[in-house]
Design a protein around this ligand. Structure first.
Ligand code: UFG
Length: 328
C-alpha cells in the first residue's frame, strides 16, 4: 500500500534523496520546506508545500490538505560551528519547530514519525565504537537540540501513543548516482564538497580544521555513509512502523572511520587531481572521533550500506559536483 509521507526538509540534501527513495518504493512524498537552505529544483518527486515549522498554522494547513499517513522529519539547522556561535537559533528552530510539528501531527491523527537525529548527540566518546545504547553527551547546541527532540518523541509516545523511528546519522556523503539530486549547501561546510571545490578551483584550497588531534595523523575521524544507503534505511523505518513494531532508535554508519587526511587522499585517487590544502586551527565543537556500529540496523531493519565505500561516495559526489546544480 502506498503511503503519503510529509517530508520536512524535502528540498534539502538528505530530504530530497529520501523523497526519491520514497517515490521509488511507491510512496508519495509531500515536501514541507521553508527554502531557507533547500532548493526548489530539488523537489522532483511529489507535491511541495512552502512553509515554516515555526508557523503552526502552515503545518495544520499542510496536514489538512495532504492528509499524510506518516511524517519524516529532516528539516533542521545542522552546522556545528553556527550552533556554537548562535545556540539560541538551534534551540528555537530545531526544538521549537519540532514541537510544533509533533503537535500538528498528533492533532491530525498522525502517529508515525521518522526522525533524523545525529551522532552529534554523543559528543566526544574517546574513540569507542558507538551504539544505540552509548550514553549521549552532546558538545554543542546542534547535538543538544537533536537530543532534546529525541526526548520529546519519547514523552509524546507515553502521552499520545506517538511511534517513532529515530536514525542517528554519522557523516552523510555522496549523491544520487542518477544525478537527479545531489548535495548543494550554501554556504558549504562539509568536508567532501569542500575538497571537491578545492580540486576544481572553485576555492583556492581546503583548510584542514586541526592537525593536532590525538589520532594517527592528527586529524578528526568520522564514519561516512552514502546518502542513498541512508535514505533506504528511512524507507525501511517507515515499513517498520507500519508493521506495528513500535518505537526504535537506529545508528546509521559503517563502523569504519576515515581521518580528514585519508578522505583527502582518497579524493586525490578518485579524481586523479591534486587537492590544494593548508593546515588550520581546530574548529570549536568538533569531536575527535565519531564511528558507529550498525549491527541493529542490519539485523533488525535488514539494512545494508552497499554503496558506502569512500571511493563510491567520492565518485558519486564528484559526478554531481561536475554536472549537477540547482537554481533556487
Ligand atoms: N573539515 C575540515 N575542513 C573543512 C571542513 C571540514 O578539516 O573545510 C573537517 C571537520 O573539522 C571534521 C571533518 O572534516 O573533522 C568532517 O566535517 P564535516 O563538517 O563534513 O562534518 P561534521 O563531522 O562536522 O558534521 C557532520 C554533519 C552534522 C553532524 C555532525 C556530527 O554535517 O550534521 O557530523 O558531528 F551532526
Amino acid at each position: 500500500m502506498p503511503e503519503k509521507v510529509l517530508v520536512t526538509g524535502g528540498a534539502g540534501y538528505i530530504g530530497s534523496h529520501a523523497c526519491k527513495a520514497l517515490a521509488r518504493a511507491g510512496h508519495i512524498p509531500v515536501t514541507f520546506d521553508n527554502f531557507s537552505t533547500g532548493w526548489r529544483d530539488a523537489v522532483r518527486f511529489g507535491p511541495m508545500v512552502e512553509g515554516d515549522l515555526l508557523d503552526r498554522g502552515a503545518l495544520d494547513a499542510a496536514f489538512e490538505k495532504h492528509r499524510p499517513d506518516a511524517v519524516m522529519h529532516f528539516a533542521a539547522l545542522s552546522q556545528v560551528g553556527e550552533a556554537v556561535r548562535e545556540p539560541g537559533l538551534y534551540w528555537r528552530v530545531n526544538v521549537g519547530g519540532s514541537l510544533n510539528l509533533i503537535e500538528a501531527a498528533l492533532a491530525a491523527g498522525v502517529k508515525r514519525f521518522v526522525f533524523s537525529s545525529t551522532c552529534a548527540t554523543y559528543g566526544d566518546q574517546d574513540g569507542v565504537v558507538l551504539t544505540e545504547d552509548t550514553p549521549q553527551a552532546p558538545l554543542n547546541a546542534y547535538g543538544a537540540s537533536k537530543r532534546a527532540i529525541e526526548d520529546m518523541l519519547a514523552d509524546f509516545a507515553v502521552s499520545d501513543g506517538l511511534e517513532s523511528v529515530i536514525f542517528r546519522y554519522f557523516n552523510v556523503a555522496g549523491a544520487d548516482p542518477e544525478g537527479e539530486v545531489g548535495e548543494h549547501h550554501q554556504p558549504e561546510t562539509h568536508l567532501i564538497p569542500l575538497i571537491l571545490d578545492a580540486v576544481d578551483g572553485r576555492r583556492p584550497a581546503l583548510t584542514i580544521n586541526g592537525t593536532d588531534y590525538p589520532t594517527a595523523d592528527g586529524t578528526c575521524i568520522r564514519d561516512y555513509v552514502h546518502v542513498m544507503d541512508l535514505v533506504e534505511a528511512h524507507v525501511a523505518g517507515l515499513d517498520w512502523l507500519r508493521a506495528g513494531k513500535g518505537s526504535r532508535v537506529f545508528c546509521l554508519g559503517t563502523g569504519t572511520g576515515f581521518s580528514v587526511r585519508e578522505v583527502v587522499a582518497e579524493t586525490r585517487h578518485v579524481t586523479n587531481r591534486t587537492v590544494p590544502m593548508q593546515d588550520g586551527p581546530r574548529r570549536p565543537g568538533d569531536a575527535v572521533t565519531l564511528v558507529c556500529g550498525s549491527e541493529r540496523a542490519r539485523t533488525e531493519l535488514g539494512w545494508q550500506a552497499d554503496r558506502s565505500t569512500m571511493a563510491q561516495m567520492i565518485a558519486d559526489a564528484w559526478r554531481w559536483h561536475q554536472n549537477g546544480h540547482y537554481d533556487r
